[in-house]
Every structure is written in structure tokens, then in C-alpha cells.
Design a protein around this ligand. Structure first.
Ligand SMILES: Cc1cc2nc3c(=O)[nH]c(=O)nc-3n(C[C@H](O)[C@H](O)[C@H](O)COP(=O)(O)O)c2cc1C
Length: 364
């Protein structure tokens, strides 16, 4: 099976992970209304640790109550969440996975109808699905306060026993709203040049690093491109390079499809994974995600330079996806029966949520 089954040691922290498979962050609607962990959510994630994943990442977890993007998602904004987080970290560790919490703030994508407050962003923004509500441009003091929320949340995750955090800098949420020139039209130190637009991310990394120990892993997830926000591959490559200089432990690129999105810069066309692996040249490890399912997909991702392979849907369908790979079996593909998904540790509310993914749940 080669590289995917081999251990990896994160240089700065000295932590070792048992193989190169990653359960990517997956919102699943199973948390209690106050953001505390439910038994269903603990069960679904623990099964993935038992199933052999090297890294298990929680769903996008809210660093503030007002930055929530959906209901039924994990909270890390309060010590009230500590008991559940502690139990989850214990279970994930007991079965051998390296545990990460994905730290999230929705920014302009935190709906007023859910949070009861006007969403915030780098500038005044709106988009379809926000009921016409325009986000408020954050003041510098408010930005500092959100940076502190990220830092306190990370500290709480370490206190709960997690190995690290992944900052959600992808998919048009708050960190990417700062990175993108379309959503960040500020003229102060938080906007303008790419360096200034990346200051929010840099300051979060610094704050998280200073509130956690040297053993605590800190990574970031980025989207290589987001057209609506003006985020280009060239700029994302530069941000990735800075991340490697800012002392991050890994970069996770969210490609949606590792085969597509071939992109050309100055006439050279190659996959996004290849662009990032070439640019980072091994300085920090790369997780790549998007339509990875079979042994062949894993081989392709690694050939393009990924150090880790992340999965969403394959991990929802197969708690033991890594074990199946390592036995050289190709895990079965959708659609999946409700019975199969129940046996895979999904509660009714998560199964219902998955019906939104066309063709994933079999019509019965
Ligand atoms: C149900 C579902 C929930 C998701 N939730 C998150 C999330 O909380 N954070 C995140 O960064 N990405 C999220 N994603 C994206 C996945 O992490 C992953 O990048 C995407 O599914 C593509 O990988 P795949 O083709 O292996 O499924 C979600 C995807 C799905 C299907």
C-alpha cells in the first residue's frame, strides 16, 4: 500500500500519526442546540478512529456563538463545552487517531435568522441565502476580539485533550473573506495588499500558538481558488508559503476534485495539489481532499505531492475506509442504503442531512 500506510512525524511538535489518512471536517447536525457534544456525534467520530483513520477532524466548530453557520454544530466558545470535548478527545485518542478540531467563524455566512445578530465580515457583504442581510464591517477592536476567540477556543481544545486544531480558512467563511479582495475592501492594516489581507490569518496563528503548548498541532485549511471572493491560485500559493514561514504544522487544501481544476500559471497546467506541493517543497506537509475514494485515487493524490489524503463522503460511508484501503479493497461507492448508513454510525438526523447530497442515500 506504500506511503499511505506509513507513519508521519510532525516536525515541530514531534507528534506521530499512524498513517496518512484524514477524515476531513464534516458538519453533521448532531450536536445539541447549545453546541455541546451529543452521544451520536461522539459515536460517529469514534467509529472513524476505530476504523483506522490517521487523523480525525471534528466538524467545523464554532469559536463564537454569533459566528455560527448552521444549527446542530459543535461549539468551542465556552467552558460549558469542555466535558463533551474532553470525552471526545479521550475516545479518539484511545483508538489511535490524532484528533483535530476545526475552528470556524462564518463571518458574512452566519445567518441572522440563526444567530439573531447581524453577521460580520471584513467589509459590508452579502450573498444569496442570507435573506438580503448585509454584513457589518468589523472594527479593529472587534477583529482583535475574534482573534482572541480563536485563541481561547484552541486553548480549550488543548485543555480537552485534542492534539491540535485546523483553522477553517476555506469555503468563503470569515478567514477567506479577509483573504479575498472582493469581500475585503478595507483600506486599513487589515485590507489592501495580499499581505494586509492575510494579516487576520497570521494574527490568529500567532494567537493560537501563544495560547497553546509546543506539542499542539496548528494547521490551516485553504481553498486554492474562490472566484466570488477574488481568491486566485497565485495568491493562495503565496499565502501557503507564508503559512510555512509562520510556523504552521500542515496545510490542508480543499480541492473538491483532485483530478479537475487543472490550473495554468504562465502556460504551465497542473493540478492544484501539484502546484502547492511544488511551492512548499516539503517545508510543511500537505493534506489534499476532493473525490478521493479508491486506491487509485490515493495513489494519484500522493503522486501529485500530497503527504496526506483527506476524505469526506468516503469517510461518511465507510468508518473503516483506511483499513479497506490497506487491505487493497476498493471501498464501495454511493448510493448507500439507510441501513448501511446506520451501521456506519450515522444517526437519523445525519442521514436526513445526507439526503441533500444527490445520489448519496439510496431511494427506498
Ligand atoms: C456533509 C458534509 C459536510 C461538510 N462539512 C465541512 C466542514 O464542516 N468543514 C469543511 O472544511 N468542509 C466541510 N465539507 C467538505 C469536506 O470536508 C470535503 O472537503 C468535501 O466533501 C470533498 O471531499 P470528498 O469528495 O471526499 O467528499 C463538508 C462536506 C460534506 C459532504
Amino acid at each position: 500500500m506504500g506511503k499511505v500506510s506509513s507513519e508521519f512525524t510532525f516536525q515541530r511538535t514531534g507528534r506521530t500519526v499512524r498513517n496518512r489518512t484524514v477524515l476531513a471536517a464534516l458538519t453533521n447536525k448532531q450536536s445539541h442546540e447549545d453546541g455541546s457534544l451529543s452521544n451520536d456525534e461522539r459515536h460517529w467520530l469514534t467509529l472513524r478512529s476505530k476504523g483506522g483513520f490517521g487523523i480525525v477532524t471534528t466538524a467545523a466548530a464554532n469559536v463564537t456563538e454569533t459566528g455560527r453557520g448552521w444549527d446542530g454544530e459543535l461549539g468551542v466558545w465556552s467552558d460549558l463545552h469542555l466535558p463533551g470535548l474532553t470525552q471526545l478527545a479521550e475516545e479518539l485518542t484511545k483508538h489511535g487517531a490524532l484528533s483535530l478540531v476545526q475552528l470556524f467563524h462564518g463571518g458574512m455566512r452566519a445567518p441572522l435568522r440563526l444567530t439573531g445578530v447581524q453577521p460580520v465580515s471584513a467589509s459590508e457583504n452579502t450573498e444569496p441565502g442570507m435573506d438580503g442581510v448585509v454584513s457589518k464591517e468589523l472594527s479593529s477592536a472587534e477583529i482583535e476580539s475574534i482573534i482572541d476567540d480563536f485563541s481561547q477556543a484552541a486553548k480549550r481544545c488543548e485543555q480537552a485533550g485534542f492534539c491540535g486544531v485546523e483553522l477553517h480558512g476555506a469555503h468563503s467563511y470569515l478567514i477567506s473573506q479577509f483573504l479575498g479582495p472582493v469581500t475585503n475592501r478595507r483600506t486599513d492594516e487589515w485590507g489592501g495588499t495580499l499581505e494586509s489581507r492575510a494579516t487576520f490569518l497570521k494574527r490568529i496563528i500567532e494567537a493560537v500558538r501563544s495560547s497553546t503548548s509546543e506539542e499542539f498541532i496548528v494547521g490551516v485549511r485553504l481553498s486554492p481558488t474562490i472566484r466570488d471572493l477574488g481568491i486566485s491560485l497565485e495568491e493562495s500559493l503565496q499565502v501557503a508559503e507564508w503559512c510555512s514561514q509562520w510556523g504552521l504544522d500542515f496545510l490542508h487544501i480543499s480541492c473538491w476534485d483532485i483530478y479537475q481544476n487543472k490550473q495554468s500559471i504562465e502556460g504551465r497546467e497542473q493540478t492544484q495539489t501539484k502546484w502547492f506541493s511544488e511551492r512548499l517543497a516539503g517545508r510543511i506537509p500537505i493534506i489534499t481532499t476532493g473525490k478521493i475514494w479508491t486506491n487509485e485515487d490515493v495513489g494519484f493524490a500522493m503522486k501529485e505531492g500530497a503527504d496526506f489524503v483527506g476524505v469526506g463522503l468516503a469517510g461518511i460511508a465507510h468508518p473503516d475506509w483506511p483499513m479497506q484501503l490497506m487491505n487493497s479493497t476498493d471501498p464501495s461507492k454511493p448510493p448507500f442504503s439507510i441501513d448501511h448508513l446506520q451501521r456506519s454510525g450515522l444517526s437519523p438526523v445525519f442521514i436526513e442531512y445526507m439526503m441533500r447530497w444527490k445520489g448519496f442515500v439510496a431511494d427506498e
